[in-house]
Design a protein around this ligand. Structure first.
Ligand code: NAP
Length: 275
């Protein structure tokens, strides 16, 4: 039996490395591979899962939203995120979940020893990842959340989407990125930073040394955004731990195995070497 990560492009995905490390350790008779597909092939993939020719898939850009129309039952998180990154077949139904937000929260809680309750949060970006993260932040009873995004319309859509569940979510100005005083965590959820020289400039005034700068990008290991913050003395974390923890949640959905912190570390070491 096989599992796939599907997307386009998919060449650089680390997911096979991560999952095959755990598949080997737990001696499971499956193989996890990457598969680049076109939009038209989504339906076929789902049919193969339904006929148990494929055990399941992880879904990445650009299909996290488009796959939802083929899913019989979406988790509440997937509904809130309007996106699916994990698909499996159970009790005659195709299920879709989204593990990105949970992976992010776990990463920050465990790696940065951070408690989200009542914390002031500044999010940069209003794409799929921002939806996933916000859907989970809501469960953590966080304090006010401020969001900035290059495209105003997408920012409006995101804030309106979450406003009914969280009244203290606010739009922030993109042209002068200024987190409110004493912001506890600043999260870059955009893809801006993946290329050399891409720097998200933040006005640091009013922040304290305890502010965390998180970037969900993991390639490069340190974006300009994180480098700049680190040089100013702030605590920083990249997206690799999130990637591994969201994969661990998918693994649990497929195999019912709760991975240990050592499993997380082993996968991280493998990815660190490959990056
Ligand atoms: P997406 O839905 O395509 O959203 C992209 C976001 O980036 C939007 O907010 C977009 O702003 C912004 N953006 C793109 N180019 C920009 C530019 N030149 N200047 C300013 N903003 C720009 O993508 P996504 O799924 O949210 O993923 C975003 C990033 O997160 C990717 O790098 C992805 O690899 C990473 N990610 C990491 C993990 C992990 O496990 N670590 C998980 C999921 C995603 P506009 O609205 O203005 O276009």
């Amino acid at each position: 039996m096989k599992l796939f990560v599907i997307g386009k492009p998919i060449k650089h995905s680390l997911s096979p490395l991560i999952h095959n490390c755990w598949i080997k350790k737990y001696n499971i008779d499956v193989k996890y591979e990457k598969k680049e597909i076109d939009l038209l092939h989504l339906e076929k993939i789902i049919s193969e899962i339904r006929h148990e020719k494929i055990k399941g898939v992880n879904v990445t850009l650009p299909y996290k939203k488009s796959i939802t129309r083929f899913i019989d039952e979406m988790s509440q998180t997937a509904k809130d995120s309007e996106a699916v990154n994990t698909v499996f077949f159970k009790e005659n139904k195709i299920y879709g979940d989204n593990t990105d937000g949970k992976g992010f929260i776990e990463s920050i809680e465990k790696e940065m020893k951070f408690d989200f309750e009542k914390k002031k949060i500044f999010i940069i970006g209003a794409g799929g990842a921002a939806y996933g993260i916000l859907s989970q932040l809501n469960k953590k009873k966080v304090g006010p959340v401020f969001v900035a995004n290059r495209t105003k319309e997408k920012l409006n859509n995101l804030v309106n989407h979450f406003k009914s569940k969280k009244s203290d979510i606010f739009q922030s100005n993109w042209s002068a990125l200024k987190p409110p005083d004493d912001t506890d965590i600043i999260i870059n959820t955009t893809s801006f930073g993946m290329k050399k020289g891409e720097l998200i400039e933040i006005n640091y005034k009013g922040l304290t040394n305890s502010t965390i700068f998180a970037d969900i990008i993991y390639k490069p290991k340190e974006t300009e955004f994180l480098k700049f913050a680190r040089l100013q003395g702030f605590k920083t974390i990249n997206g690799l731990d999130m990637l591994i923890r969201q994969a661990a949640i998918s693994f649990n959905l497929w195999f019912g195995i709760s991975l240990t912190e050592q499993d997380i570390k082993n996968a991280k070491d493998i990815c660190d070497k490959a990056c």
